[in-house]
Ligand binder design. Sequence first.
Ligand code: HEC
Ligand code: HEC
Length: 357
Amino acid sequence: MRSLGLLGLFLVGCATPVDDSGATCEDCRGVATADTDDLPDAGVGEELDAGEGDGGPVTPPPPANLADTGLCTDTACTAIASGVVEFRPRWALWSDGASKRRWIALPPGTRIDTTDMDYWRYPTGTKLWKEFVRDGVRVETRYMVKTGSGDAAWSFVAYAWNAEQTIALPLPAGRANVLGTGHDIPSQETCLGCHENVKTRVLGFTAFQLDWNAPAPLADLDDALARGWLTKAPPGTVSPHLPLPGSAQVQATLGYLHANCGHCHNADSPLVNRPMFRLEAARISSVGITRTYQSSVNIPGTAFGGATIIAKPRDPDRSIIITRMNAADPKKRMPALGAETIDAAGRSLLRTWISNL
Ligand code: HEC
Ligand code: HEC
């Protein structure tokens, strides 16, 4: 009954025809998402194939609690273990307003093979963590560990915090709306929906994302170099080692798309015939040579919301990038995973970029 009611509301709310042109009324968005307990993996899977990669779900079972992964010395994780280094990517991934912290630990004496600046290769035993705080509460800490030498040999799992904030336990199946917040903890399969589309799996501890002057004690590219973690130094002596082309506004846009869209939309993912938003070291000498520009500006896409061009110069409302961010149907809305609310600041950045093309 309930879902029929919702369907009725959905149709009433969207008086305009609902076809591939996608109605964009606010009412529909609320109805379409408000009552679903599904984890936000709908909409992916047509082209992106989450869950079948080697290096997927953790087997054998993950460490019994977060402290046992090596992140911290106490179960409440009030003290970070020695050898664990905090970092922050230059451009943030929008996660419905959650604030996040991230850490990395390399096995002693090992280095990251940085021969290919676009795809760093991490030594076996590399560990990375990402903590999510929503409404002032630690909701989850995600953990990934390199289990073998292959690029795909990673295990992923989230640790869910208890309400008392005294311990975090593995939650491979994920859970929606944890600890009274709107935050959804992704299942192990859902992790792959984003991480599997970049062949070396790590999305934040990368050359482009570390190429800024992070406030101490956060590690950045120069710190990683100084620690002797990189087999090959990036070009130049100080950040930016990989300078982006264009004005500050264009650089912010390229960075935004890289961080929020490039993990699915890149030249190495199943979405290769779609727009490609991941930055590449060999394609930053001019704006026009970036994949972002070449695969979106004046490029036809699948008609949506009255738009037929991915980025139509000076016409954001007729650019599929924008109509897909505004889509009422969560299955069509971009980004396809990881957010239930629209990143208004990000959308405004993209609108400005398109308006100035
Ligand atoms: C919506 C896409 C998405 C999903 C789903 C996702 N991640 Fe991520 N993850 C990212 C992006 C993008 C980054 C880098 C940017 C950042 O940290 O904000 C990242 C960063 C991380 C990091 C820090 C290491 C790094 O890549 O720099 C860890 C650890 C991590 N994710 C683990 C997980 C685990 C475990 C899951 C599943 C429980 C998961 N992620 C699900 C997109 C995703
Ligand atoms: C979790 C993976 C994922 C992320 C993240 C993601 N997308 Fe997509 N995107 C897809 C998939 C899969 C499709 C194709 C299926 C479809 O049309 O829904 C797609 C399709 C698109 C299209 C339509 C392309 C065409 O040919 O018409 C646009 C435009 C787009 N995405 C923009 C974005 C933007 C902008 C972002 C970041 C704000 C983003 N996407 C983030 C998975 C993703």
